[in-house]
Write a new protein. Sequence first.
Length: 343
Amino acid sequence: MKIYLFILAALALLSGPSFSQGCEESSEESSDEGPKLIGFIQPQYEYHFTDPTTNTLKFKRARLGVTGSIPYDFHYYVMMELSPFIQESENGDPFLLDAFISYRRYDWAKISVGSFKQPFGLEVSTACSGLHTIERSKVSDQLVSPQRDIGLMFFGGNNETLFKYYVAIMNGSGLGLKDNNSKKDLMGRLTIKPLEWLQIGGSFRNGYPRTNDDDTDRQSWAAEVEISKGNFLVQGEYINDKGAVSDVAGGGCGADPVVMGDERGGYWMQGMYMYNYQWQPVIKFEMFDKDKATDNDEEYITTFGLNYFFNDQTRLQLNYQYKSEKAGEMDNDALLVQLQVKF
């Protein structure tokens, strides 16, 4: 793994931004200044109100990458995960997170090929460094899994156009895993912005996940809404997932996978207000039903959060998660504190 770090450092010293479905914010800008070093670190403290209580210090994420442009119209993006606490890094070694090349000559017919995030859902498509709560919702982590894969994607539009679209053909096997069947996953996402302050959208997936049975399939869909008015931001999403689940890929970006039924679903919604460009209180409510055929197995999480922005690159997040289970509450609330620095 040391060779990956050496390559990244060398590229950074050689010579525009190009972000697509990676873990950083999207950008359509090109640059003639050569490769640019990017990344962020997220040291985090957790206190779990279990019996007995537990607490720990960790790195939620620690990412280092390089991006740039090559004349004409080609962009590249490479990102490493350095945190030993991520599920996919059980032995503590760094691993390749994203690596893709994009061709962006035509605004409505751009292409990316390589390893990147699946274009499914509002929350999963949000950059890891741009999440408004420390944790993604459980429904996003469990049902949009694997969150990363190798494939080919066509996309077009931007934040100023009426709509944006993404259509991808993926292996379906997950991050860093060889495809073990001859079938491919087809997925996509479409967002429409009829008003300056309103965006609605939907996602779909028809796939064949990596399992011991080559004939298993999976169908997923999602609906999303975002309202941005002044300093207020409201977001929400519903996800439904049916069929086989990969027996290899984890539950997302470091989340532990859970045993689920043949059909599962859930939703999340959150609202926040930015005060004085520094303080941002957040409240988020989510529901996850891991098996729709089973009664009383829904899980609910309410997150009370406060974000403080020291500047554009540095923020402090404080989250309290109140967890409630329909079958009977357990002692599993949590207090999370995270400091993030981007570069």
